[in-house]
Write a protein that binds this ligand. Structure first.
Ligand SMILES: O=C([O-])CC(=O)C(=O)O
Length: 223
């Protein structure tokens, strides 16, 4: 297929059980458990009061200032998809507003992530799915193309492939490679339990903090 005009179906979906399990875990823990290498740019922020989101990536690659193939992506979207769009990092034209998000809701998508801005910023927080984006502008996009769907993209400094797991909350977005989604779960739950134990020890004042001085000494500090 001709570069710049590739449109592929996505056939990779993790199970609903895996999606449900990720709903229990904050992005901070997922990110820590992947060595903090899969975090999207923190400039991509939620524009929604309840931004918790877990779904499989439907990837979109549009030229800056254009959203023609995003319109096609909406019609290809399956329930549970997160539409993830490389908009070229352009923050002067918004590919996504109330009409796009309402159409995504019609298709059962669970969220959108754009390395560009939104518009209709008063309305988007009132809709039923979150949008993560880099800012706001009233200026809209053209619909001329070209563009690509379900190809490997970069978004917010992370590689995203069709079907990768996209997890979002108030802290931002983390991407779990499709092949790792199930295998990572035990590590995530173990870390979540560990953090809960530490917080309990802080609350009941039994926390052991001797490791701080030990770590400093190991690094050559003279205390
Ligand atoms: O359709 C578009 O170009 C984006 C937009 O304005 C909307 O979603 O409301």
């Amino acid at each position: 297929m001709k570069l710049g005009y590739r449109i592929y179906p996505s056939k990779r979906y993790v199970s609903q059980e895996i999606i449900n399990a990720y709903h229990e875990i904050p992005t901070s823990i997922v990110s820590d458990c992947m060595e903090r290498l899969f975090a999207m740019d923190s400039k991509i922020r939620p524009f929604h009061p309840k931004p918790r989101m877990v779904g499989h990536a439907l990837t979109i690659h549009c030229p800056p200032g254009d959203n023609l193939v995003l319109q096609k992506a909406i019609e290809m979207a399956e329930p549970g998809d997160v539409l993830v769009m490389n908009a070229g990092g352009n923050t002067t034209q918004a590919p996504v507003g109330e009409i796009v998000v309402s159409n995504c809701i019609r298709k059962g998508a669970v969220g959108l992530v754009i390395d560009g801005p939104i518009r209709d910023s008063d309305v988007l927080p009132t809709l039923s799915i979150p949008v993560f984006a880099k800012g706001v502008t009233h200026r809209g996009c053209y619909k001329d193309g070209p563009g690509e769907l379900n190809v490997t993209i970069a978004c917010g400094g992370v590689v995203v492939r069709p079907g990768d797991l996209i997890i979002g909350d108030s802290d931002g977005i983390v991407v779990v490679p499709y092949e790792e989604a199930e295998g990572l779960l035990p590590k995530l739950f173990k870390k979540a339990e560990l953090e809960e134990r530490v917080l309990e020890q802080i609350r009941n004042k039994t926390i052991d903090r001797t490791w701080v001085d030990q770590e400093l000494r190991d690094k050559g500090f003279r205390l």
